[in-house]
Design a protein around this ligand. Structure first.
Ligand code: ZN
Length: 274
């Protein structure tokens, strides 16, 4: 066991890093001033760059009942021009952590933004996870499918349907008897989390339910990438209240520390990294 792996009952969850990246605060949180985040700087120093919001494109692999599920496929090989030419390294990170791409049975997408679907296909158009089925939330397929021109990341998604390896899902779907999809709409219409439950232990992989850990306390702070701020806020409040009350282990794709618990500290609700 190492810090990138947690056990939840009989389930193993491995955190994967595609790449860290930074963005100006005004681009990510245009309705907030940078100083709003100052009270959280000591708690979460790794989420602050030099005058910029520091985050990462993270993914998770889940081993349950002989199945390997990959949750999201990162930002991709790049270079990503609007992020300074960064390049992801998810496939290398998977091999280094003992989860080779050939092992993956199921690829599940929390949603269809470009930093979550980037490694689906190689440069020559072959699937990078050759034995996997790819699970796409229906509401995101419908939403982004209508805007192909303005969503170039769909070039990593629509070929999956043409190849016959994609399944569209909705509602709560059982992936194994320990892993269930859980719709958490708002950030995108089809945004979906994963609930893990095994031997009376529980965890949730929340995708982009929050981007900066200060949002654990301020659930009403929305990013420019939240498609529907009101629904995002309502979902974030409801789910995080439940995660805190039930003591679930929580994972957020964009937090620098891949696993944590939600606890109270000096009047704030905080993300306490494991
Ligand atoms: Zn994201």
């Amino acid at each position: 066991m190492s810090t990138h792996t947690v056990s939840v009952g009989n389930v193993e969850i491995i955190s994967l890093l595609d790449t860290p990246f930074e963005l100006p605060w005004q681009i990510f949180f245009p309705e907030r001033s940078e100083s709003d985040f100052d009270p959280y700087r000591e708690l979460y120093p790794d989420s602050y760059g030099e005058g910029r919001f520091r985050t990462q494109a993270g993914c998770y692999a889940i081993r349950s009942q002989g199945q390997t599920i990959l949750c999201d496929t990162g930002i991709g090989p790049g270079p990503i021009q609007f992020l300074g030419g960064i390049r992801g390294s998810l496939l290398d990170d998977m091999r280094n952590k003992g989860v080779p791409p050939t092992e993956v049975d199921t690829v599940f997408f929390t949603h269809l933004h470009g930093d979550h679907v980037g490694w689906n296909l190689s440069a020559d158009g072959a699937v990078n996870f050759p034995k996997a089925r790819y699970l796409v939330p229906r509401a995101d397929w419908d939403y982004f499918g209508k805007m192909l021109e303005t969503n170039p990341q769909m070039r990593q998604v629509t070929p999956l349907a043409e190849k016959g390896v994609m399944d569209i899902i909705s509602g709560e779907q059982t992936l194994t008897s320990e892993v269930t999809t859980y719709p958490t709409p708002g950030h995108t219409p089809g945004h979906t989390s994963l609930l893990i439950s095994s031997s009376s232990e529980r965890a949730i992989i929340t995708g982009d339910l929050a981007h900066h850990p200060a949002q654990i306390d301020h659930v009403e702070w929305c990013s420019s990438f939240d498609a529907d701020a009101a629904t995002t806020t309502e979902t974030r409040r409801r789910v995080l209240d439940q995660v805190e009350a039930d003591g679930l282990t929580a994972a957020f794709c964009h937090f620098p520390h891949p696993f944590g618990k939600l606890v109270r500290l000096e009047g704030k609700r905080v993300f306490q990294a494991l």
